[in-house]
Design a binder for this molecule. Structure first.
Ligand code: ZN
Length: 138
């Protein structure tokens, strides 16, 4: 069995952003040389997410609005976690949007359903943060 590990780094210019990382993840599959296997992709920070959904700008705006209703960034004083930090909302948003995705690799490609794309969801950005890609297979 082969195994492969790589970290992808992101630094968003805004506090919150969604980045389609599908091409970068597929590049990891190509680099690994694995044709049949399983890929894990997870955010390595507790204020960012990796999730699968549609790359449609209206939907991405809907996620932003929905998450702000559920866990508004401000006022910062509404959260017990804030004080030394101001990112309680980011921890909550990350939990809803998820830590990781698992994708099958078939014939050397990410084996997606229709319209599936992998996103990095940033909720406390403007700094360097990592995503782990781990692949096992043959
Ligand atoms: Zn925090």
């Amino acid at each position: 069995m082969k195994h492969f590990r790589k970290e992808l780094w992101f630094k968003t210019s805004q506090r919150r952003d969604f980045i389609n990382i599908t091409n970068q993840v597929q590049a990891c599959v190509n680099e690994s040389g694995i044709h049949e296997g399983i890929l894990l992709c997870n955010a390595m920070h507790i204020t960012s997410s990796v999730f699968i959904n549609d790359d449609e700008s209206g939907l991405l705006n809907d996620f932003e609005i929905w998450l702000e209703k559920l866990a508004p960034e401000k006022p910062y004083s509404q959260y017990q976690h804030n004080g030394a930090e101001d990112n309680a909302d980011a921890h909550l948003k990350r939990t809803i949007m998820g830590r990781e995705v698992v994708v099958a690799i078939t014939h050397g490609k990410l084996d997606f359903g229709p319209w599936e794309q992998i996103f990095y969801g940033e909720f406390d950005g403007k700094r360097n943060k990592r995503v782990l890609v781990k692949i096992i297979g043959e």
